[in-house]
Design a protein around this ligand. Structure first.
Ligand code: SF4
Length: 411
């Protein structure tokens, strides 16, 4: 079974499948995970089944169990759940209902025993501190919650199960799982791979870890919401939290409201400052090119990012250019966001990223180079004194923000 989360994993997964099919033709291959869940929901091109036998959607436990039962000859094809197969040269979606559902709190700890950790390579390919954490070293992966408790952001896949189906467990259950995984792997570093870890359970988990004197190092993805007080950040740091990642997106209150992000710039400054004061590294996901975003807003957003680095509220960040996806509220109702979808034409395989025209927004792609240049400099704690114009090879407006906007919002 391959779990491929991102389009970048697909080619490697297909090459592995090709190898297995060629040399071990009796082995059956199933694909599932993020890439399939988002991109392959309308699959009807049979060619992928030259490499794979099953493609399942959404949570994998139920579908995988049925696939195993089917391969053992205990059930027929029609008992498969949320799974594409090839039948008479046609792609067929088998989905026996009601589905076999496992609630998040009833799932056992993931089992990592037997993995050859001593053979893992250490990657030190980028200078970005957070990207290094993602790719370097071995972290035990665990989810605190399933889905997202917020599930409102207009650019996000809020219509899909992996975001919309929010389920939580208890701190005691999580601490038990953490103890089991340490026993299996001997590794005490944990990456909680949540869409957005809820602050309430992070508090309870921190208290439980401290109570059990369980010494671990952990990091996770959060929303920069005001519940992360100085006191909560201190508690998290004491329990072993070393880093958080979260979406600041476009640092503009007008656009954050359009995104339904549920935060504003002042709040992000205060919350990230709370983490940083307790030496928890903060990585911000940044976005440019949101529908209707003007040139002035892009420059002002960069100025906010500059000030957040200068004030040591954030230590790491990365720019993504906005893309409309088919499962997001913007993709479903582009006219409400002032854009027009222009393609691509679906050809039977992947369907997720859409092309769009943004008649009132800036010419977004041309800012990419300058934004990245500035960010790389701020990451290295330099270039704070430069004017916005210095980062771009074409004329840009000066920022409309005062130089002490973030500093003022921290008092
Ligand atoms: S972008 Fe993050 S916080 Fe917003 S709905 Fe998606 S997962 Fe939740």
């Amino acid at each position: 079974m391959f779990h491929d989360s991102f389009p970048g994993n697909l080619f490697a997964a297909l090459r592995c499948s090709q190898f297995i099919k060629q040399f071990f033709p009796k082995i059956k291959i199933a694909f599932g995970g993020g890439y399939c869940n988002t991109e392959l929901r309308s699959l009807n091109d049979p060619r992928i089944f030259d490499f794979v036998d099953f493609i399942s959607l959404d949570d994998g436990e139920g579908p995988l169990l049925k696939i195993v039962e089917y391969l053992n000859g205990n059930v027929g094809k029609d008992e498969l759940e949320r799974t594409f197969i090839l039948e008479n040269h046609l792609v067929v979606y088998k989905n026996k209902t009601p589905n076999t559902i496992y609630h998040h709190r009833d799932l056992p700890a993931p089992d990592y025993s037997g993995l050859p950790f001593d053979k893992y390579l250490s990657f030190l390919d980028v200078v970005n501190p957070m990207h290094r954490m993602w790719t370097d070293y071995r972290w035990n992966k665990l989810t605190i919650s399933h889905g997202c408790y917020w599930k409102q952001c207009t650019f996000c896949d809020v219509n899909l199960d992996y975001i919309s189906n929010y389920q939580i467990t208890t701190a005691v259950d999580l601490a038990n799982k953490i103890e089991q995984i340490i026993e299996q792997t001997g590794i005490t570093g944990f990456h909680f791979v949540d869409e957005a870890a809820p602050p309430k359970i992070l508090r309870a988990l921190s208290e439980e870890l401290i109570l059990r004197k369980l010494k671990i190092t952990w990091w996770t993805n959060i929303r920069f919401e005001k519940t992360f007080s100085l006191e909560l950040c201190e508690l998290m740091a004491k329990s072993g939290c070393i880093a958080v990642t979260g979406g600041l997106e476009v640092a503009s209150d007008r656009l954050l409201a359009k995104m339904k992000k549920g935060v504003d710039v002042g709040q992000v400054a205060r919350v990230t400052n709370n983490f940083s004061k307790h030496n928890i590294l903060v990585h911000a996901y940044l976005m440019f090119g949101f529908p209707t975003e003007t040139e002035q807003e892009t420059i002002d957003s960069l100025e906010i990012v500059r000030q957040l680095f200068e004030q040591n509220c954030i230590q790491s960040a990365y720019w993504h250019q906005f893309t409309t996806t088919i499962h997001s509220p913007i993709g479903k109702n582009p006219q409400d966001f002032g854009i027009k979808i222009t393609g691509p034409i679906f050809k039977g395989f992947a369907e997720n990223d859409l092309f769009h025209e943004d008649p009132t927004g800036a010419n977004h792609p041309k800012y990419s180079k300058g934004l990245n240049k500035a960010l790389n400099s701020y990451l290295n704690k330099s270039g704070f004194e430069k004017e916005m114009q210095d980062w771009f090879e074409f004329s840009v407006p000066a920022t409309s923000h005062s130089k002490d906007l973030i500093e003022k919002s921290l008092v």
